[in-house]
Write a protein that binds this ligand. Sequence first.
Ligand code: PMP
Length: 395
Amino acid sequence: MKLSQRITHLTEGGSDGWDVFYRARRMIDEGHAVTELTIGEHDIRTDASILEAMDLSARQGHTGYAMVPGTDLLRDTVAARLQTRTGVPTTRNNVLITPGGQSALFAAHVAVCDPGDVGLFIDPYYATYPGTIRGAGATARPIQTSADDAFQPRAQRIDAAADGAVSLLINTPNNPTGVVYSRATLEGVAQVCHARDLWLISDEVYDTQVWDGTHISPRTLPGMTERTLIVGSMSKSHAMTGSRCGWVVGPEEVIAHLINLATHTTYGVPGFIQDAASFALNAGNLLVEEIAAPFRRRRALAMEVLSTQNTVGLVPAQGAMYLMLDIRATGLDGEGFANALLDTHSIAVMPGESFGTAARGHIRVAMTIDDDRFAAALTTICTYAAVLADRRAAE
Ligand code: PMP
């Protein structure tokens, strides 16, 4: 039977550089001890107080169909959060609650892309981006950034790729690079969006994980509120990855259409999950800080380890739970290095090539294991890279 092009072409086939990850998982299944620095998931679980709120809500009966756009309480809470963070007046009519940020990314693209349109995204990119754009029926077109420019997207390159485009997807703080986009970068992005009449889809799921600099939402920039769709999530800020709770924030008209989409796709998010999310968002910043703290600590540890050597370079580690390391001095690309590291030292990292072409010669390290093992693994990575670089120099 014939299947739709939309589904069969969602991914481009092949491993897309995920071989190392699957190999590490196989090794673990076979009983090998592997240090996993691959996936972006906290090493703590959802806080007990949030689980209690979830339990209470479920026991009080919030287990039936919830309001499709989201509960009034959660929509108001998210609106207030956005208004506080951006200064832009925001009400529940600007908010759709979704089953996670991924679903919000998909909904945002469905809202603005028609089949045949081009959706732009920035390389390196979070793994699902091109498939999400294709899933919405559009053609996914990457825009290169450069390691030597700290992977900041530049207006000129966006403009050069903008023919036929209706949307631009950005992500700051960034997965996989850990970079936070500067005000100048975002002003450049905004300027192209105006000049080329693009929707800006701004993935801000890491907005509570900023170690250096300031997170600026482009929604705050002049004239951008009406052309920006923000994607947010409880996953990273509150260690609620499995709860599947996120949102799209945007102009009322877009949200009204997206509520229609939700009615015909997800039919909303469980009420007890939404109540837990409302509780968590109203629990204050201390909880958010507590969840971000291990990454902040490990990033500091990494800076210490990396400062003692000069083989491995560090892309400015400004936010999110990852470090992007430049291992080009070894003569290997990211995939070659990651495979050799797994074989030689049983440490699994993601090759930069898993995230497009711009991060070739890099590896992404997730800061998601305890401090001591993390520091030890980084030391091993640096020592091993130095051995490879010396070997290369001797050849
Ligand atoms: N955007 C980025 C950049 C991510 O890294 C992730 C998850 N790793 C998501 C969106 C989606 O997260 P979730 O669906 O859990 O909210």
